[in-house]
Design a protein around this ligand. Sequence first.
Ligand code: FAD
Length: 384
Amino acid sequence: MDFSFTPDQERFRETARAFAEKRLAPDYQRRERTDALERSLVREMGSLGLIAPVLPEALGGLGLDCITMGLVTEEIARGDFNVCYVQLLAALNGQILARHARPELAAEWVPRLCRGEVLLALALTEPETGSDAAHIKLKARRNGEDYLLNGEKTSISFAHQADAAITFARTGGEDEGAHGVSAFFVPLDSPGIHRTRFEDVGSAVVGRGSLFFDDVKVPGAYRLGEEGRGFTQVMQGFDFSRALIALQCLGAAAVSLEETWSYVTERKAFGAHLAKFEGVSFPLAEAETLLEAARLLCYKTLWLKDHGKPHTAEAAMCKWWVPKTAFEVIHSCLLLHGHGGFGKETPHQQRLRDVMGLEIGDGTAQIMKLIIARERVGRVAVPY
Ligand SMILES: Cc1cc2nc3c(=O)[nH]c(=O)nc-3n(C[C@H](O)[C@H](O)[C@H](O)COP(=O)(O)OP(=O)(O)OC[C@H]3O[C@@H](n4cnc5c(N)ncnc54)[C@H](O)[C@@H]3O)c2cc1C
């Protein structure tokens, strides 16, 4: 067993860390108050190969492994949790396109994604259907060579600023469940699309919103994978994004923890540095332990993926446990800053709000636990 990263992985991590410290961290709090991500910043990450290095070289990526993608994710999130949605969604959507799109479509969009010229959203959730994703209703009806899409997607990250969305729609009957779902690539400037935006407690610069589809014409060549197989084929990519989400949350918690160690070694009470009191240092020591265990779980999951081994249960473990752990660690850090922690000038309150979103997004803890149970004992452990 070898727990070390390779020299190449370490080099890449250094590039990401330097960029995050210099270009992202100083504006994390200011960026929350802006309307959309600065596209020039996204392009800058693209020029450094920091958006989706895991994608194939032939499509503009660097062909690097999933562990490197994890390192980049963790480092970018240390600088700005919200900017890291760029990496998360590019890695997920880019892999879906690379695997399931027609070659011409992938060649048109994936290199632009890697260069930071476009943002892609993933549209699965609907007003009546979130966790029970196999029962989505948005309808895709054949119309000659094309499809016509009608319905609503909601709670979609980047909805107001994405250039296109991988959209799941029902091509079969409602009684067919997952077997009647197909995936489509939909440019969001297509006629018939209307977008709205929500007001959230966190990740405001990412933005969530609804996408309304009113007879939106999508070419048959933009279907991803086979008709009726969208759910099973395309959703496989979610195991990857679950480990990345965990590292995103972990990165944010790790910075709060480091900042809190600094604070408690400087501030004094009762004639001593706060760090002298076990009531202060022990919660931080526990947080160190939890984050170390979380990091091992995440990189093991990515290692399994890199080696072509099953990792669905491990990815679900990452997704339910690490965002929750990160939230709790950041909460402890906020409290250990005393009254200052409750103020908006310190970043812990923002990290807390931002991380909470990904306790829900991409699947809740309950759904992850259903997946783990299913992996262990089969379908007897799931609702249907
Ligand atoms: C920050 C954020 C970003 C998001 N980004 C996207 C995005 O980009 N694209 C997208 O498509 N969606 C996105 N979502 C939506 C997200 O994936 C859904 O909110 C999530 O899957 C839960 O669905 P729901 O909100 O409909 O909750 P519901 O499915 O209605 O569940 C409500 C509650 O009941 C619990 N529950 C449901 N079924 C069961 C069960 N069988 N057993 C036990 N408990 C159960 C859930 O865990 C939850 O606590 C995002 C959400 C957030 C908060």
